[in-house]
Design a protein around this ligand. Structure first.
Ligand SMILES: Cc1cc2nc3c(=O)[nH]c(=O)nc-3n(C[C@H](O)[C@H](O)[C@H](O)COP(=O)(O)OP(=O)(O)OC[C@H]3O[C@@H](n4cnc5c(N)ncnc54)[C@H](O)[C@@H]3O)c2cc1C
Length: 413
């Protein structure tokens, strides 16, 4: 058996380890455009902040591939594939065949199509190399940064730069930061906290063009006609599943690669996992891309079992985020902004003095979403309740009023 895995992110490595644990003899081949041992992508912003060194974010040892007997094509990009003849073609001109293929290529940052976006000192923050290059530009004298986009990556980039002593503004089009994972109230609390700690958050703003000097960015023209000076830009306008090499391949794609509950794509013996996969979602009960680390890790493992012929049903993903924003603890999961007021019931409580906020979203008697600010300690219990789709009938109000869910649920049969 010849297993081919494209991508050495967490989905790819969890898959490789599961395959090797059970099948000690078959060939496992891993291709990745990044030439590195596996590392923790969520930690790259700590390279920017200077809180971690490169070596501290590696999550596997130097001899990782060798020990697991994984053949590697590192620093090599898959350009396209021939599904019928089971072959991928690399930009280097090489080709590799497979019996079972896992696509775990993650996501690509959304590019900005405005004048000047190819100038120097304009970065994404997706890979370790991006983080290293941002640090280099700071070391070369960059002092005034703008971060475009108030999502998780934009926020983490801004935090990292601020920690490094750089003057940072975040420009966002939405009315508050983290708008994909927060609701209005929590978003406003997050915005206030960021501003209190010295991060300028400019809402309703976007860039129309960049200006350059000697090939490097020196300013940005905004949608409202304003011009701002900057010598460093991080673009965090979201990501899309990395699927460009699948064009005309016959693999069914919506936003990401559509997979069933065994993480199989529409083509036999081709599986997908992680940020590239559009897989069943627990609360929405359709297929979604939930681009977070624990989801990618689990999908990598489940896909591997199915590739081995050991049937494993994927229970579905649950979008969730836990973030510490200076002195504010934020946790959210499931359906945060219910689209249909008749179908969902929302209970919330806000204590302005303590900056505490809790919002619970129910669909009939089941908890399907939550937002917690500064009361996250037992939030994991709520996430479990969402994942288990447990019937909470008469306990809804109690769930809102209490924070010690463990003891409350112990007495609840
Ligand atoms: C700055 C930042 C902060 C984050 N913070 C958090 C967080 O706090 N919590 C959280 O849960 N998640 C966080 N995430 C998201 C998390 O990192 C991802 O969900 C996770 O890494 C996805 O893993 P993956 O294996 O699916 O993809 P990736 O980790 O993106 O790996 C994909 C791999 O495929 C390779 N590849 C892509 N295209 C090709 C190709 N054509 N040919 C060959 N190789 C290819 C890439 O080189 C890469 O090695 C963060 C992400 C970023 C960027």
């Amino acid at each position: 058996m010849k297993y081919l895995i494209i991508g050495n992110g967490v989905a790819g490595i969890q898959a490789a380890e599961t395959l090797r644990e059970i099948d000690t003899t078959s060939t496992i081949i891993m291709v990745s455009k990044e030439n590195t041992i596996p590392y923790s992508r969520p930690l790259i912003s700590y390279i920017v902040s200077g809180e971690l060194e490169n070596r501290e974010i590696f999550i596997r040892p130097e001899d990782y591939y060798e020990k697991l007997k994984i053949e590697t094509y590192l620093g090599k990009t898959v350009r396209n594939m021939d599904v019928e003849n089971r072959k991928v073609f690399l930009e280097s001109g090489e080709s590799i065949g497979w019996d079972r293929l896992l696509i775990a290529t993650g996501a690509d940052p959304r590019v900005m199509k405005v004048d000047g976006s190819d100038l120097g000192n304009i970065f994404f923050l997706r890979n370790l190399d991006d983080a290293v290059n941002i640090v280099k530009s700071c070391d070369s004298g960059a002092r005034k940064a703008i971060v475009l986009g108030g999502g998780l990556v934009g926020f983490k980039a801004a935090y990292g730069l601020l920690k490094r002593g750089i003057d940072v503004s975040i420009l966002i089009t939405s009315p508050y930061p983290l708008s994909q994972v927060a609701d209005t109230r929590s978003g406003q609390l997050i915005r206030k906290t960021l501003e209190d700690y010295g991060l300028a958050v400019e809402v309703g703003k976007s860039v129309k063009a960049f200006e350059g000097r000697d090939g490097k960015v020196c300013g940005a023209l905004l949608n409202d006609g304003q011009r701002v000076d900057c010598d460093l830009v991080v673009v965090g306008k979201g990501v899309d599943p990395a699927i460009s090499f699948l064009k005309d391949s016959g693999v069914n794609i919506n936003r990401g690669i559509l997979v069933d509950e065994n993480l199989r794509s529409s083509v036999p013996d081709i599986y997908a996992a992680g940020d590239v996969a559009e897989a069943p979602d627990i609360v929405w009960r359709d297929n979604r891309v939930n681009a977070i680390w624990p989801v990618a890790a689990e999908q990598g493992r489940v896909a591997a079992y199915n590739m081995l012929g050991i049937e494993r049903r994927y229970q579905g993903s649950l979008g969730r985020n836990v973030i510490r924003i200076f002195d504010l603890d934020f946790m959210a999961g499931g359906i945060i902004n219910p689209p249909d007021e008749d179908r969902y019931e929302v209970l919330s409580v806000y204590n302005e003095k303590e900056k505490k906020y809790k919002k619970l979203v129910f669909e009939e008697d089941r908890l399907v979403g939550m937002v917690l600010v500064n009361c996250v300690e037992q939030g994991g219990v709520l996430l479990n309740l969402i994942a288990q789709r447990r019937n909470l009938s008469s306990r809804k109000k109690e769930l809102l009023d209490r924070e010690d869910y463990y003891s409350m649920l112990r007495s609840y049969r």
